[in-house]
Design a protein around this ligand. Structure first.
Ligand code: 2IO
Length: 403
């Protein structure tokens, strides 16, 4: 496509279909300046990798504005050195090994319970009837919260997610986000206090046991990490799941092969994350003057990595604009683990939950494939996506035969 005028990521055209502009950004505007938010967008794989790989120069200080106001203290990505290592290792303890064996059956139970009432109907909206609920319930299990509070937790999560992933919140919307953040604080602080001496493996109890250099975490610090986990483990889940099934339905041959050979699911999930990255942007802040592709960038500048565009860079992926679950098996250009695409970030602050999330998605996709046969779009279904920062289908209305 030949584009004459400068394209803004805040234009309607971009919002409608960002993917069509990725090659324009990579080739014509590799360091694209957006005046309205005073930020530089980088889109080539090599540049994004270089930015995320250098956390001394491209710092996570950007999160002080983007996340901290609703997180109420620093999130994991804002920490570094010993502190980062200690807290990250406690979080990992809550999602791997012994604890993973506890979580997986809970995910399974929840998924089946949410699907059940739809089996009789033969119809489901994979985003609004399933994905969003499954996402919140999964996070509730990991944090050891009460499932009966899921509706209010989901509502409050939506409010803080909107603050973090918006560029143009109105005053009212921002106030609502802060209100949600306050409600979560009121709800979570007493639970956090209660678990001071708990020996359990839920993430809140584990965070109490994280000994950083010499200080234990305060309840407020634990609150911020709890909100961090709530957001990071909830927000991308329904999106990825719906994108996976949408692109399988759009590619019936690949779908048929996945149904027959479930070992292909892992590749299908990774290809979905590459082809339609649910987290499209990762922000950083410069600690010094520098340049990218000879374009000078001033100290303190906000740099936004365009993950979706980098994941379709032809220098790194053969036929990048094709959804192809076999690419990892066929193409040598591509490495072999999820670290090949930048969907979980790169470098020191690579997503802590990446492995868990792949396990969770594979598990739930298998349950859906087992129970919902002859999947197809509902008669009147029209596909549409939304979101610039995090992006996914608005809905995915399906018909099926229950098995
Ligand atoms: C609080 C954007 C869904 C994270 C976050 C802004 C920090 C960090 C991310 C991901 C995904 C969310 N950033 N998770 O991009 O914890």
């Amino acid at each position: 496509m030949i584009i004459k005028n400068k394209v803004s990521v805040f234009s309607n055209e971009y919002n409608e279909n960002p993917y069509q502009f990725f090659s324009y950004f990579r080739n014509e505007q590799p360091v694209h300046y957006e005046e309205s938010i005073n930020a530089y967008f980088v889109s080539n794989y090599e540049d994004v990798q270089a930015v995320l790989g250098n956390d001394q120069l491209f710092t996570t200080k950007s999160l002080a504005k983007r996340a901290q106001p609703v997180m109420r203290d620093r999130v994991l990505a804002q920490m570094n050195g010993k502190e980062h290592k200690a807290k990250k290792s406690m979080i990992l303890k809550g999602i791997t090994g012994e604890r993973l064996e506890e979580i997986v059956p809970l995910f399974e139970e929840n998924a089946k319970e949410i699907l059940n009432p739809y089996l009789k109907k033969g119809k489901i909206d994979l985003v609004n009837d399933f994905g969003k609920i499954f996402a919140v319930q999964s996070t509730i299990e990991m944090l050891g919260l009460d499932k009966k509070d899921q509706n209010k937790i989901a509502e409050w999560h939506q409010g803080i997610a909107s603050f973090i992933t918006s560029f143009n919140q109105s005053k009212e919307e921002q106030e609502y986000s802060f209100w949600c953040s306050e409600q979560l604080e009121k709800y979570l602080l007493p639970i956090i206090e209660e678990r001071k001496n708990s020996r359990n493996l839920d993430l809140i109890s584990l965070l109490h046991r994280s000994e950083t250099t010499d200080t234990k975490m305060t309840s407020q610090e634990i609150l911020a990490l709890t909100l961090n986990i709530l957001l990071a483990a909830t927000e991308p889940v329904d999106k990825t799941l719906a994108l996976l099934f949408y692109h399988l339905l759009e590619n019936p041959d690949q779908f048929a092969n996945v149904e027959k050979d479930r070992k292909l699911l892992k590749n299908a999930i990774r290809e979905t994350l590459r082809y339609k990255s649910p987290v499209q942007f990762i922000p950083r802040q410069l600690s010094d003057n520098t340049e990218i592709r000879n374009i000078p960038l001033p100290k303190d500048a906000l740099i936004i990595c365009m993950i979706g565009a980098a994941n379709r860079d032809p220098e790194f992926f053969t036929e990048p604009d094709r959804f192809n679950i076999y690419r990892e098996l066929n193409h040598q250009k591509v490495f072999s683990t999820h670290s090949q695409n930048l969907s979980f970030g790169y470098g020191t602050h690579t997503c802590v939950g990446a492995s868990l999330s792949l396990i969770q998605l594979e598990l739930v996709a298998n349950i859906i494939l087992d129970k919902l046969k002859n999947l197809e779009y509902d008669k009147n279904f029209v596909y549409a996506e939304h979101g610039l920062y995090t992006r996914g289908p608005k809905s995915l209305e399906l018909e099926f035969r229950a098995s």
